[in-house]
Design a protein around this ligand. Structure first.
Ligand code: SAH
Length: 220
């Protein structure tokens, strides 16, 4: 019989095989998915579901993103920005932040819900990863730590927050879902010379980015 650790590793391999089937090809990204124990970002009762390719509730009305979504966003970032400082907006469970840290980025992550900020900070600390967390409105970025080489917004934004654009360093790239409350198009914005380049990709459905440069709290 397999020990629980071996079983989880097997599930992790199966998850990576699914990601490959769905078209995720970046070897560094796939390697990070093999390394990070996604089950640690779930509570005990949900362990069985940790390696299914689905989003899952993490409390406070929020979700841990589907592995495919995390893999897409991470691939879009690492194809344009190989190292340096990354700002994540929406720590949630902390899983995406862990993937970025394992890829060698120096990660700064902001979460607006205190309970999630505390729980994610504890798990990331236990794993000893290079992630600094803060509780607050990430739609305004993290002025004291700017500029960033990369910005990843893991909640759906009604538009591109100007504060986040301003905090992108030269050659820096931002990956964020932009749209309405039901569906958003994955968008990549890169600071090129004196301006910005924009690319638009497939549709996803995220929980809303709620804040000064996101959705109004009273709408949700
Ligand atoms: N990256 C997360 C996904 C979490 S879902 C993970 O890997 O699990 C999106 C998260 O964004 C939620 O936890 C939500 O509370 C948070 N969020 C929404 N608006 C925010 C804001 N303005 N600033 C910081 N976090 C925000």
């Amino acid at each position: 019989m397999k020990k629980p650790g071996q079983l989880l590793e097997l599930r992790r391999r199966e998850m990576v095989a699914t990601l490959k089937r769905f078209g995720i090809a970046n070897r560094r990204v796939l390697g990070a998915f093999l390394e990070v124990p996604r089950d640690l970002f779930f509570d005990g009762a949900a362990l069985e579901l940790a390696y299914r390719d689905g989003a899952y509730p993490i409390g406070f009305g929020q979700t841990i993103s589907q592995p495919y979504t995390v893999a897409c966003m991470t691939s879009l970032l690492v194809e344009r920005c190989v190292s340096g400082k990354v700002l994540e907006v929406g720590t949630g469970s902390g899983y995406q932040a862990a993937i970025l840290a394992v890829l060698g980025f120096s990660v700064f992550s902001v979460e607006r819900v205190v309970g999630l900020y505390e729980r994610a900070g504890a798990v990331l600390g236990r794993l000893g990863l290079d992630v600094v967390c803060r509780c607050g409105d990430g739609s305004l970025g993290w002025v004291d730590e700017a500029p960033f080489d990369g910005v990843l917004v893991t909640a759906g934004a009604p538009g591109v927050p100007v504060s986040l654009l301003e905090q992108l360093g030269p050659g820096g790239c931002m990956v964020l879902p932009v749209g309405d409350c039901c569906s958003q198009k994955m968008t990549v914005i890169c600071r090129l010379g004196g301006g910005f380049g924009r690319e638009v990709f497939e549709e996803f459905s995220f929980v809303p980015l709620v804040g000064k440069e996101g959705w109004d709290e009273r709408v949700f």
